[in-house]
Design a protein around this ligand. Structure first.
Ligand code: SD4
Length: 330
C-alpha cells in the first residue's frame, strides 16, 4: 500500500513558487469534501486553481471558475504546452485545441485554432453563441475575430529557437509524454474540474497538443468524451498525455460512466487506464493521466507511468499530489 502524504501549502507561497511545492502520492478520494473544490492537471494547476478559487470562493459558477483557471497557463509563456508560448507543430505553427463543458451538459470546443491566446474562451463562446459544439481551424479563427478576440503571435522567440533546433537535428516526432526522468518536450495539457458551492460541476481542457506534431493533427483535448467529459448528475473527468490513446478508448466518458455504475473516482480512473493497457499494444511507450471528480466532491486520479501529478484546492487545502501509476516504480 502506498500511503498518502498530502502536503498543505500556503496559497501565496504556491503562487510565488510552484516549483517548491512538495508532493505526495495520492491514494485518492476524499469522502465528502466540503464544496467548493477545484482540481487540475500538473503543477501549473496550482496557479490555475488559485484563479478558479477566486471565482468559487466568491460564490461564483464553476463554469466561470474553470475558464478563469485555465486562462492562467494559456497566457503564461513559461508553460510551453498550453496557449501562448506553446510548442509548435513540425512546421513551426502553434495550433491550439480546447473544450469546456458545464453541469447542464452544454459543451463547446475549438480545434486547430491559431493566433488566439485564449482558446478556452472561444470554446465557451462556441457553446453559448452558436448552434454547434465544435469549430475548427480557419472557421474557429474567424469566429473568434468576429467576436472581438485579438490576433496574436503565439510562437515566442524561445519556442522558435527550440523548433529550429529540433528541425536542424532532424529528430523524429516523439510521443512520449512526461514520463519520469525523460527529457520533457511534449507534455502538460491543463484539464480542470470544479464544483461550486451550489454543487454545479464544470470542466475545461486546453493545450497546444503534442510538440512538433504533424501539421493538422488534433488530439483528444478538445473532444468531448475524450479529453473532457462532465455529467452534472455524476461528475467529470479530464485526460492528459498521448491523446491518440485517450481518443481510441473515449477515456473521460468511460471514467464518468464507471462512476455512474458506482465506482469511486480513483477506481474509475484506474479502470480507464487498464482499458488502455488491454487494448493498445504499445501503451508502455506513453503516458496518460486521468483525474476525476464526482458530484459529492470526491476526487481521484490514475496514470500509466509514474510522473503525473495534479493540483487540488479546497477551503482547507492547497496541494499537489502524485497520481498512482499502473507501471509502478520498481
Ligand atoms: C494531446 N493530450 O494533444 C494532449 C497532450 C497532452 O499532456 O495532454 N499533454 O494529445
Amino acid at each position: 500500500m502506498i500511503s498518502r502524504r498530502s502536503f498543505i501549502t500556503k496559497s501565496s507561497l504556491v503562487v510565488a513558487g510552484i516549483g517548491l511545492a512538495k508532493t505526495g502520492i495520492s491514494t485518492n478520494s476524499f469522502q465528502n469534501n466540503k464544496l467548493p473544490i477545484v482540481i487540475s492537471t500538473w503543477n501549473h494547476g496550482l496557479p490555475a486553481n488559485e484563479a478558479a478559487w477566486k471565482v468559487l470562493s466568491a460564490g461564483g459558477h464553476s463554469l466561470d471558475a474553470v475558464e478563469a483557471g485555465v486562462r492562467i497557463p494559456e497566457g503564461d509563456p513559461k508553460v510551453i504546452t498550453v496557449g501562448y508560448g506553446g510548442i509548435p507543430d513540425a512546421e513551426g505553427k502553434v495550433t491550439l485545441d480546447a473544450c469546456i463543458m458545464d453541469e447542464k451538459g452544454r459543451a463547446g470546443c475549438v480545434t486547430y485554432l491559431q493566433h488566439i491566446k485564449h482558446p478556452i474562451s472561444v470554446a465557451r463562446l462556441v457553446m453559448e453563441k452558436t448552434p454547434h459544439v465544435m469549430l475548427s481551424g480557419k472557421g474557429a479563427l474567424e469566429f473568434a475575430l468576429d467576436n472581438g478576440f485579438k490576433k496574436e503571435k503565439l510562437l515566442t522567440p524561445e519556442r522558435k529557437a527550440h523548433w529550429k533546433k529540433w528541425k536542424k537535428e532532424k529528430r523524429q516526432f516523439s510521443n512520449k509524454i512526461n514520463i519520469e526522468n525523460q527529457e520533457i518536450e511534449n507534455h502538460d495539457t491543463i484539464g480542470m474540474l470544479a464544483i461550486d458551492k451550489d454543487g454545479r460541476i464544470s470542466g475545461a481542457c486546453t493545450t497546444s497538443g503534442m510538440g512538433f506534431k504533424m501539421p493538422g493533427r488534433v488530439g483528444d483535448s478538445p473532444i468531448i468524451g475524450a479529453g473532457l467529459f462532465v455529467d452534472g448528475e455524476i461528475g467529470g473527468a479530464v485526460a492528459t498525455g498521448s491523446g491518440e490513446l485517450v481518443m481510441k478508448t473515449l477515456g473521460t466518458f468511460l471514467v464518468v460512466e464507471l462512476m455512474r455504475n458506482g465506482m469511486s473516482p480513483s477506481r474509475a480512473c484506474e479502470e480507464a487506464v487498464k482499458r488502455i493497457a488491454k487494448k493498445i499494444p504499445d501503451y508502455k511507450q506513453h503516458q496518460i493521466g486521468y483525474i476525476a471528480l464526482n458530484k459529492d466532491g470526491e476526487y481521484g486520479s490514475f496514470c500509466i507511468q509514474p510522473g503525473f501529478n495534479f493540483a487540488v484546492k479546497t477551503d482547507e487545502k492547497t496541494e499537489l499530489e502524485d497520481a498512482e501509476a499502473w507501471l509502478k516504480k520498481l
